[in-house]
Design a protein around this ligand. Structure first.
Ligand code: SER
Length: 315
């Protein structure tokens, strides 16, 4: 591995994955890319619209990229607002990366999938091959992405890997356009305003993971021996599973005067279509996955970091 390209580098995951990769692999060049032309981020950075194959090819050629973490995507709620764009970015963008990857014989492409591949017909605690019949455009694009990854691996011997990520809780970059965003928004609003109105019911329970565990998972899968992997892009990981109310209670234990309200909108039906826990036996046995953060440790760290940021901004 000499040069890594990260697409979607300005997003929730990318903004933490890029610095982690740069620290971990000192001799490897990590090129950040996203659709914005001129963000204020440490370089190297390239503006790349993944739906334009020529732009994908140009950056891979320019930096002699051998490994890609392809994060650029529209999430579930944004995908329901704009299904056409979600399809173009999530499927067209991935197809471009895979095609250029094949042509340039890349060593490895890592693509996050999502719990959104499951749907209302899926029983709780599904394993990798349990029925995937999503009812969102986002979920449909992710099933397609998983299958495309397996196809390019089988047909062209391209090393494509991925994890089905649950909702990710983090304090550096706020997620945008996802259904699980409430689990991050609640912290910001609790620390900043002392109140938050969830867009889901209080009994909504979804699988979640703290960002540092999600990053560790992506890196562990990327570094795993290919011979140890029984799946390409379908690995479930399981870390946390809590209701909105349980989250509010834990936040309230640390912040006096947190007023949590619940006013479900159209995102409730998306949340209701996903399982609340996942079977991650394969990730544990194939590449050693386990989560470090439980709910209390995560809430402690979120509240601490957001408070520090608020104090920093005020001083
Ligand atoms: N966080 C994603 C979403 O809510 C799920 O993978 O859309």
């Amino acid at each position: 591995m000499d040069t890594i390209l990260v697409t979607g580098a300005l997003g929730q995951i990318g903004s933490e994955l890029v610095p982690t990769l740069r620290t971990r692999y000192e001799d490897v060049e990590v090129v950040a890319s996203d659709i914005e032309p001129d963000p204020d981020v440490p370089g190297p950075y390239e503006a790349v619209d993944v739906t334009d194959r020529a732009q994908v090819e140009a950056v891979i050629e320019k930096y002699d990229v051998d490994t890609v973490f392809h994060l650029a995507a529209l999430l579930s709620a944004a995908g329901e607002q704009n299904p056409d764009r979600a399809f173009n970015v999530n499927v067209g963008g991935l197809h471009n990366v895979l095609e250029v990857g094949r042509e340039y014989e890349l060593d490895r492409i890592v693509i996050p999938s999502s719990i959104a591949v499951y749907g209302p017909a899926t029983p709780d605690n599904p394993s990798e091959r349990t029925i995937r019949s999503p009812t969102t455009m986002y979920g449909i694009t992710k099933v397609l992405a998983e299958n495309l990854g397996a196809y390019y691996h089988e047909k062209y011997d391209l090393d494509v890997r991925g994890i089905r990520l649950p909702g990710i809780v983090s304090h550096k970059t706020r997620p945008n356009g996802g259904t699980t965003d409430y689990a991050v928004d609640a912290f910001y609003e609790a620390v900043w305003e002392g109140e938050y109105t969830y867009f889901v019911r209080e009994d909504t329970r979804l699988p979640m993971v703290y960002m540092s565990d999600a990053i560790d998972a992506l890196i562990a899968l990327a570094e795993a021996d290919e011979s140890d992997l029984q799946y390409q892009c379908e690995y479930n990981i399981s870390a946390l599973s809590f209701t909105a109310k349980e989250l509010s209670e834990r936040i309230e234990e640390r912040i006096n005067e947190f007023d949590a309200r619940y006013d479900p909108d159209e995102r409730q039906s998306i949340a209701d279509s996903w399982p609340s826990t996942l079977d991650d036996t394969a990730a544990r046995s194939d590449w050693g996955w386990s989560a470090e953060y439980d709910l209390d440790k995560m809430v402690d760290e979120m509240v601490h970091n957001l408070r520090q940021r608020t104090e920093g901004a005020l001083s």
